[in-house]
Design a protein around this ligand. Structure first.
Ligand code: CUA
Length: 340
């Protein structure tokens, strides 16, 4: 029998598991909340698999319990004599039913596999996505480059061409598409469509090092006309500094380590190790969706990124109070063009 304390513990464990499954509030990325045709295809597979797997689990538990109960009440010799149908039972349930289930699922998933295969003709928008330790680079056909917030037009099928700059990553936006690996030296493909405008959280789904968990991103689905404006903006060069504070910030950027890794198109900074910052201020988050884009977060990040993402390739920049203030002001002025 359950003792009260055991029962209490079971409740607690069950409750904790449930709260983990349902955690993270409104932005929870769940395969059970598909927002596009590719993700719906995955959900269609997921439910039958859950039901069949649950039935198999219950069957195994019941058979195990019967075995334990009988073993306690009979001696072994008696037991062996007692199950003349034992071999047949093992053959039918262990091999026959198992094979039936596995082959059945294979056949059942063939349709999804062909639907999800990205062998459509190369029309429509294509975005090149490159996985880095630990952030995502998105390149658009018009030369626009951004990081970690990948804009797409809502209601349209978009094709991703995926590459890795270092190790294997995996791009997964549970509400929009199945996960797919980014493999060094090889290009993989994925298509997806968001039915409605919105922000869909994605996550790297292949362990890739210390900050794998903080390699998140957003797919931002804009209404098509908004997207057209965004795409035009992202393809342009950076704004010239708007005031003297920002102008000093640009000088700080160019004369310190920043320009050794980052590019700002329209300035002499054109390094490609870190994210392109040309329109940095148009993003809502940075450091792979780890931080909200605010002046204070940006200051903390530039001064000591390792305290926020241990192991990050970005080095600390021990700048003076004044320099950091101008640099943050400059970076936050990098919106969409007044002087494109
Ligand atoms: Cu990239 Cu895990």
């Amino acid at each position: 029998m359950f003792s009260p304390s055991k029962a209490g513990r079971a409740w607690w464990v069950g409750g904790a598991a449930l709260s983990i499954l349902t955690a993270c509030g409104a932005e929870s990325p769940s395969v059970l909340d598909p927002q596009g045709p590719a993700a719906r295809e995955v959900t269609r597979l997921w439910w039958p698999m859950l039901f069949v797997a649950t039935a198999v689990l219950l069957f195994v538990i019941v058979m195990g319990a019967i075995g334990i109960w009988r073993g306690r009440h009979r001696r072994e010799e008696a037991l062996a004599r007692d199950v003349p149908w034992g071999d047949r039972f093992i053959l039918i349930s262990g091999l026959g039913v198992t094979a039936l289930i596995l082959v059945g699922f294979f056949v059942f998933s063939l349709r999804s596999m062909s639907t999800l295969a990205s062998n459509d003709p190369l029309t429509g928008l294509q975005i090149r996505v490159i996985g880095h330790d630990w952030w995502w680079e998105a390149r658009y056909p018009n030369g626009g480059i951004t990081a970690n917030e990948i804009h797409i037009p809502a209601g349209q099928r978009v094709r991703f061409r995926l590459q890795s700059a270092d190790v294997i990553h995996s791009l997964w936006v549970p509400q929009l598409a199945p996960k797919i690996d980014l493999i060094p030296g090889r290009e993989t493909h994925l298509w997806l469509r968001a039915d409605r405008p919105g922000r869909y959280r994605g996550q790297c789904a292949e362990y890739c090092g210390l900050q794998h968990a903080r390699m998140a991103f957003y797919i931002v689905a804009d209404p098509p006309n908004v997207f057209r404006g965004w795409l035009r903006g992202i393809g342009q060069r950076a704004n010239r500094p708007t005031g003297s504070l920002e102008a000093q910030g640009l000088q700080v950027f160019l004369t310190n380590t920043c320009a050794g890794c980052h590019a700002i198109r329209g300035t002499p900074a054109d390094a490609r190790l870190g994210p392109d910052l040309t329109h940095f201020a148009t993003r809502e988050t940075f450091a792979a969706a780890t931080l909200e884009l605010t002046a204070e977060n940006l200051r903390r990040w530039i001064l000591d990124p390792d305290s926020i993402k241990p192991g990050t390739t970005m080095p600390p920049s021990p700048l003076s109070q004044r320099d950091i203030r101008t640099l943050v002001a400059y970076l936050l002025s990098l919106g969409f063009g007044s002087n494109g």
